[in-house]
Design a protein around this ligand. Structure first.
Ligand code: AMP
Length: 281
């Protein structure tokens, strides 16, 4: 596995892969790798000859300086995990390498999929995401890029980015990976105390309850949202949102017709967690 920090070297290595007619995949991450990230690598391996990963904690997508400062960084361990998982190239740029210094960088504005959910409660977040992902797509020009359904709205925002700006890349979605007890794997889980981890479990429990309720015939969005909301608050979670949305447009629905996505965000202590589940009638 090769680790690259600068754009010039990255371009040279990718050029040689292109000359050899290798297909290239990209797995963008912010590091603090876990099994969820590694499942994306598995998808990438099945769909390309050369698996590239980026590790970059993107300041543009943090709307809280505190959150950015506290984001876990475990680079040495990440590189070991990436190598073991079969990643061929890891790109670890500094902020100065990606964004021009001493000036306001060009920024993109995310499309309509960024309207609700995290887009409402974290203003500018998805603008930062589409900006950095566009930079990475321009640098790597990958054949495929893999994103996790853990960040369901992000996945839809990226799919819209690719559609609207005509990026020549195939977006592959990887299923959300959970721990055995249901907790969605997240880099932010590293910041939970043992007691907070127990609190956090109520998120997936509430989502599983909702899925079962819909399986049993429930269609009423208001009732499901209220029940999930009270489960979370009863467990000490400061709810950011509980929303049921159309899976493509990410706009709220009033009734579950065939399929919808239940998405939740909330603070356990000062750690913001998100989770989601597909509701199918
Ligand atoms: P992050 O490092 O949190 O920005 O995530 C990088 C990529 O990994 C994104 O596409 C995420 O959706 C994906 N990812 C993070 N956690 C999980 C998970 N538990 N299951 C599947 N994909 C995940």
């Amino acid at each position: 596995m090769i680790v690259i920090k600068d754009i010039e070297s990255l371009r040279a290595v990718l050029k040689s892969h292109r000359i050899s007619q290798n297909s290239i995949s990209l797995v963008p991450t912010m590091g603090a790798l876990h099994e969820g990230h590694l499942s994306l690598v598995e998808v990438a391996k099945k769909n390309s000859n050369v698996v590239c990963m980026s590790i970059f904690v993107n300041p543009l997508q943090f709307n809280s300086a505190e959150d950015f400062k506290n984001y876990p960084i475990t680079l040495e361990e990440d590189l070991k995990q990436a190598e073991k998982a079969g990643v061929d190239l890891v790109f670890v740029p500094s902020t100065e390498e990606l964004y021009p210094k001493g000036q306001q960088p060009v920024r993109l504005i995310a499309g309509s999929c960024a309207g609700g959910l995290c887009g409402s409660t974290r203003p500018g977040h998805f603008d930062g995401v589409v900006t950095v992902v566009s930079i990475l797509f321009n640098l790597f020009n990958p054949d495929v890029a893999v994103f996790g359904e853990k960040d369901f709205q992000q996945l839809k925002v990226i799919e819209q980015l690719v559609r609207d700006l005509h990026f020549d890349v195939k977006i592959l979605a990887a299923p959300l990976v959970r721990q055995e007890d249901g907790l969605a794997l997240s880099s932010r889980n590293l910041r939970l105390s043992a007691a907070e981890r127990v609190q956090a479990l109520s998120i997936s429990k509430a989502l599983f309850w909702a899925k079962e309720a819909v399986n049993q015939g429930a269609t009423e969005v208001k009732m499901i949202k209220e029940r999930v909301y009270s489960e979370l608050t009863a467990n000490g979670i400061k709810v950011d949102y509980v929303e049921i949305v159309d899976c493509q447009r990410i706009s709220p629905v009033n009734k579950i017709e065939k399929q919808a996505q239940l998405a939740v965000a909330g603070f356990v202590g000062d750690v913001r967690l998100i989770d989601n589940i597909s509701l199918i009638r």
